[in-house]
Design a protein around this ligand. Structure first.
Ligand code: MG
Length: 208
């Protein structure tokens, strides 16, 4: 497997390559915590929270990790990237929350990471706290990606950061919605400047 093939395989399974995780940690270390807390949409088993958590703690704020923990649409029983270990046999559905909690416990991050368990749009419509950083790594379908942009991006404070995962300008590299439904409209809005690109991770800052 070539490095690129490994990157694509890991990205498809929801993992974050080391260079992208390090870029995410560096971004979280650069926030202005006076603007508000950090929020991640799509925390899955907690790997990216482990990258960001120590930086967020050092910055003096907390990291909210939002996920319904029932798996994304590309991650269900019978699908290519499905992992049977993640099924709760009592209800016959995915449940990644126990894995997320164990990851955060084992990483010693329970003081800084706050799990939000629920439907993303429902939480977003009732959210009122400006964010110093928003990391979107949620569902990869058109509708989930569009809703993540419409409902969460307005919560990024002026001067705050917006990180987007799985941005693939070349269709050969991966799915389109994070690029077409989040990255492109956000850039076209004129309210964000791009700070960096690391693999499929884009880091932007709100300027207006
Ligand atoms: Mg991702």
């Amino acid at each position: 497997m070539t490095p690129d093939e490994r990157r694509h395989a890991e990205a498809a399974r929801g993992f974050m390559p080391t260079d992208e995780g390090a870029a995410l940690a560096a971004a979280a270390a650069s926030i202005d915590a006076s603007l508000g807390p950090v929020l991640e949409v799509g925390s899955y088993c907690g790997k990216s929270a482990c990258w960001m958590g120590p930086s967020v703690r050092a910055a003096g704020t907390v990291l909210y990790c939002l996920d319904h923990h029932r798996g994304s649409e590309e991650n269900q029983a019978g699908w290519e990237h499905h992992e049977p270990d993640l099924i709760d046999p009592a209800v016959g559905k995915m449940d990644t929350l126990p894995f997320f909690r164990r990851t955060i416990h084992d990483a010693g991050l329970e003081d800084v990471v706050v799990a939000l368990v629920g439907d993303g749009p429902t939480v977003a419509r009732n959210w009122a706290t400006p964010l110093s950083m928003l990391f979107i790594d949620g569902g990869h379908g058109v509708e989930p990606a569009r809703l993540d942009r419409e409902l969460w991006v307005p919560h990024v404070a002026l001067g705050g950061l917006l990180a987007i995962h799985d941005v693939f300008p070349d269709p050969a590299d991966g799915g389109r919605p994070p690029y077409e439904e989040i990255y492109l409209p956000v850039m076209a809005s004129g309210a964000f400047e791009e700070l960096s690109a690391t693999g499929s991770l884009r880091l932007l800052r709100r300027t207006g």
